[in-house]
Design a protein around this ligand. Structure first.
Ligand SMILES: [Zn+2]
Length: 393
């Protein structure tokens, strides 16, 4: 091991490790909108307070699972099979409603179905750290504190195919409104049948997850990201940046559909801000930064932030930082920023499009890779320093 790498392993990430242990160990599973998520918000606020950073807990309306809106959409796509075959127009109309709602949800901006289902409360923890001099820019550091639920959908055997499976379901749901037209020919009818099988299986998988899945401790996804952001925020509070105002966003309900970050973005003007997101950065995998994000729709990450990360990757080889060109995992908090035309980038540890222990009960403290967490923290510090020098302006 090189001298640089040894130095990195031992580099201080005590604050990060402490919050990860509390979130994934003492609190455990943190389902969106649950009491555990509320407790996590208090713990994060206390940790920020210990670092001398005042924060506020911002409640927002939310639902506990992405299975709610996407289950409703899959049900609308599948339900026409229950109507008599001659009622083609009615069958097409129900499927059309499902497709329209899917297109809206996938766009991550106008989401009437998610809004309708948001009957509970989620929480964000938000803090600001002012710069020494006049602030020339605002950089928002994001990590979500909630954790996901397991299920067949996240079976490791499916692995990197998850993104493709969801794309296939979307194609099927968007195709089904054309049934009145397609049903005129035999191949068309076969296509409709196949598409309906896909949406019905999608619905079954979502229901299976709600009924048989378990909420996971989420040490990697995403206590690790919270650890990185709190570690860096504490250091910045101790030694403020020259000209960059830092906003810390520890988001809730990411796993339910980026609900915390979307509420945050709706609640204030973030025009011109930069966003660095840390999600699942504590596993035994290569530390990467995303070039493109999104599942139903895809958005490129910010060009300048990407080129800064390219520089870090090249100039700090001991960080083992690599760009990932294809979508990895599902959506991220940063995806909501990108969907609004904002400037964002996500750091995630993954190999071959797979995040280790992704939404599995095995995502525990015991699986946490301290070296990856240390490298992610170092990469974050490096990005912040360069951004403060105006390199992303
Ligand atoms: Zn996550």
């Amino acid at each position: 091991m090189s001298e640089d790498a040894t130095a990195l392993e031992t580099e201080a990430i005590e604050d990060a490790l402490a919050i990860v242990a509390t979130l994934a160990g003492a609190i455990g599973a943190r389902r969106p909108t649950s009491r555990a998520e509320r407790v996590a918000a208090e713990v994060v606020r206390d940790a920020l307070g210990s670092a001398g950073i005042q924060s506020t807990v911002e409640p927002f309306r939310a639902h506990p699972s992405f299975g709610y809106p996407f289950g409703a959409i899959a049900a609308l796509a599948s339900a026409p099979a229950l109507l008599p075959r001659r009622r083609r127009t009615a069958r097409g109309a129900v499927a059309g409603l499902g497709a329209a709602l899917l297109a809206a949800e996938g766009g991550l901006r106008f989401t009437p179905l998610s809004d309708l289902l948001a009957r509970r409360e989620g929480r964000n923890v938000v803090a600001t750290i002012d710069s020494r001099g006049n602030a020339a820019r605002t950089l928002c550091l994001i990590a979500h504190m909630d954790s996901s639920r397991s299920g067949l959908l996240f079976n490791p055997a499916l692995g990197a195919q998850l993104n493709r499976w969801i794309s296939l379901q979307s194609v099927a749901a968007l195709l089904l409104p054309s049934e009145p037209l397609l049903a005129r020919t035999a191949p068309g009818r076969a296509l409709v049948g196949a598409a309906r099988m896909v949406t019905a299986l999608g619905l079954a998988l979502l229901v299976e997850r709600e009924l048989r899945g378990v909420d996971v401790p989420g040490a990697n996804d995403n206590a690790s990201g919270v650890g990185v952001v709190l570690q860096i925020a504490g250091e910045i509070a101790a030694t403020p940046l020259e000209s960059t105002r830092i906003v810390v966003l520890i988001a809730g309900c990411e796993e339910a559909g980026l609900l915390g970050t979307r509420a945050f973005l709706r609640s204030r003007d973030t025009d011109g801000w930069l966003f660095l997101n840390f999600d699942s950065v504590g596993s035994t995998a290569t530390l990467r930064y995303t070039r493109v994000e999104g599942v139903l729709r895809r958005w490129p990450c910010d060009r300048r932030l990407l080129s800064l990360a390219d520089d870090v990757s090249r100039e700090r080889p001991e960080l083992g930082l690599e760009r990932v060109d294809r979508p990895t995992g599902l959506t991220y908090d940063a995806t909501a920023v990108l969907a609004r035309g904002g400037r964002a980038l996500t750091f995630v540890a993954a190999d071959d499009g797979r995040i280790p222990n992704y939404h599995q009960p095995s995502d525990t403290l015991a699986s946490l890779d301290h070296a990856t967490l240390a490298r992610a923290t170092a990469a974050g510090r490096e990005m912040v320093a360069r951004i403060d020098r105006g390199e992303a302006d």
